[in-house]
Design a protein around this ligand. Structure first.
Ligand SMILES: Nc1ncnc2c1ncn2[C@@H]1O[C@H](COP(=O)(O)OP(=O)(O)OP(=O)(O)O)[C@@H](O)[C@H]1O
Ligand SMILES: [Mg+2]
Length: 136
């Protein structure tokens, strides 16, 4: 589907409102297509507040919903090799019942946890429109 920035925001918020952990969502797509924008909208829908950005792994942002459920936003773009993703401990996040949102999941190679949902964003023909598809 083709979405403006506002529409992508509303899609993300609606998705976030319905999410319950443990759940893993992958977000793929070229640089600047709106993956982080979508993650932020999902977090707003969840009513999540920032807990911490781990100093060790700046790739991981930790949030918590108002009722105390953990939310992780992980950006795998800057992994130098898939094996660096081992230390991200995706398994622990899932075991804790977290909502896990992963940008560039393919970069984590075999360490990518099974994705419950996988979205792909791409540029449309207009500058401020993005194409959003669910990968199945
Ligand atoms: N329809 C749209 N949907 C989402 N973002 C849009 C749209 N139109 C314009 N934008 C702009 O595109 C940019 C998307 O940036 P964002 O950081 O979310 O992308 P990204 O996919 O996370 O990039 P990266 O791969 O570098 O992490 C923002 O500046 C946003 O304002
Ligand atoms: Mg991003």
């Amino acid at each position: 589907m083709r979405l403006s920035a506002d529409e992508l925001q509303r899609f993300g918020e609606a998705l976030g409102r319905d999410l319950a952990g443990p759940v893993v969502i992958g977000l793929s797509g070229e640089l600047g297509t709106g993956k982080t924008t979508l993650v932020q909208a999902i977090c707003e829908g969840l009513g999540a507040r920032v807990l911490a950005t781990s100093p060790t792994y700046a790739l991981v942002h930790h949030y918590e919903t108002s009722d105390g459920r953990p939310v992780y936003h992980v950006d795998c773009y800057r992994l130098k090799s898939p094996d660096e993703a081992r230390d991200l401990a995706f398994e622990d996040m899932v075991r804790d019942g977290a909502i896990v949102l992963i940008e560039w999941p393919e970069r984590a190679g075999p360490w990518t946890p099974p994705l419950d949902r996988h979205f792909r964003l791409s540029y449309g023909e207009l500058p401020d429109i993005r194409e959003l598809e669910e990968v199945r």
